[in-house]
Design a protein around this ligand. Structure first.
Ligand SMILES: [Zn+2]
Length: 368
């Protein structure tokens, strides 16, 4: 199997287009058309990770944090980061990163974190707005099901956990074909009135060309009529952080202890919040302090993230229980989700490959 097939799988799940605009995701180093020997999944790209990849004969490394984030001004292989790049190139490894696009997708970093600590009915804490279009087209009723199927395969009609979502109304279409036309229904030069269905479906805007291609392929008319509307909607398919509820109310102190245990975090900083129990909880893998206000506004009792600074703890101490579990521990749970995605894909393709996960051998940040 070629590396590009795994990249395709990852990008279908976490499209590059939803990443933070300043992020540098995707292919970092190497080629996509090499045959995969084995895969190593890691949170970071360090010398230890690349050494592990060499040991395991992995020529595809998938990391969450991109190696190349700031502009590379030189490739002086005496410098630490560049030495890692040198080792990647010398060993013919391909490095691919899925960062904020993996944070912002369903079953991505925050959803995985939420599941790991027992949160139910998970949704995004904030949805990403203005990333969708609506397609409206008009088709004879005989072709409607076929068209809905094809457009769904091209990515249209997905709303959260629901697929093939459409709205259909009956009406009459009219057209008059010119001398050079070749109408599918009726005759050229004669005004036709046809029973048609007005079909409406929404889709992610980066799927526009796929959706239009599929419309043209399946629609029976020589010139199918359609409209594309930009939407102001919040896109429920992608967003930041995650929100949900616990199975039952828990004392805040007990909840924090459980979270610490489940994430194997060596140190957790927390504030009590406005009451002594938690039920509605929000999370964000990595540095999620920007979402604290959103969690409070949605009546969450607790917010779990990392890198919360002193002033945020103080400012929000009376409004919500803030729980800082450490950056690594809030995100490392994603490795297993990526691992399972790849294994399921390999199974569906009746292929087998070795896939490894890299966990830091010893935490570089020591805790007393
Ligand atoms: Zn991170």
């Amino acid at each position: 199997m070629e590396i590009r097939e795994i990249i395709h799988l990852l990008e279908n799940w976490a499209p590059k287009q939803i990443a933070w605009e300043k992020d540098n995701i995707g292919l970092q180093v190497g080629r996509v058309n090499n045959e995969i020997r084995s895969i190593l999944i890691s949170l970071d790209v360090t010398d230890e990770v690349i050494e592990e990849a060499i040991k395991k004969k992995s020529n595809l490394v998938i990391s969450h944090h991109p190696l190349l984030f700031h502009p590379v001004r030189n490739l002086n292989f005496e410098q630490k980061r560049n030495k890692v790049i040198e080792k990647i190139i010398h060993n013919n490894i391909t490095l691919y990163s899925a960062h904020t696009n993996l944070d912002y997708t369903r079953d991505g970093v925050s959803f995985t974190l939420a599941k790991k600590i027992g949160i139910k009915e998970i949704n995004f804490l904030e949805n990403i707005p203005e990333t969708q279009y609506k397609l409206v087209t008009f088709v004879p009723s005989k072709f409607i099901n076929q068209l809905v199927e094809a457009l769904s395969r091209a990515g249209a009609g997905q709303i959260g956990d629901y697929s093939k979502c459409s709205f259909q109304t009956e009406g009459t279409g009219t057209f008059l074909g010119s001398e050079t036309s070749d109408p599918f229904i009726g005759k050229k030069g004669k005004l036709e009135r046809v029973d048609e269905i007005r079909l409406e479906m929404i889709f992610e805007k980066w799927n526009l060309s796929k959706v239009l291609k599929s419309l043209r392929e399946v629609h029976p008319y020589e010139e199918p009529a359609y409209d594309i509307y930009p939407l102001k909607n919040e896109n429920v398919n992608y967003g930041m952080g995650a929100i949900g509820t616990l199975q039952e109310k828990k004392k805040t102190a007990d909840f924090v202890k459980t979270v610490k245990k489940m994430l194997k975090s060596p140190t957790v900083k927390w504030t009590r919040g406005k009451q002594n129990f938690v039920f509605k909880v929000a999370v964000c893998g990595g540095s999620g302090s920007d979402l604290i206000r959103s969690a409070i506004d949605q009546n969450c009792d607790a917010f779990i993230t990392a890198d919360i600074n002193y002033h945020s703890f103080l400012d929000f101490a009376d409004e919500i229980a803030l729980v800082d579990v450490g950056h690594y521990y809030s995100e490392v749970v994603i490795l297993n989700t990526i691992y399972k995605k790849i294994l399921n894909f390999l199974k569906s393709q009746k292929k087998s490959l070795l896939v490894f996960k890299y966990y830091q051998k010893k935490d570089k940040i020591r805790v007393l």
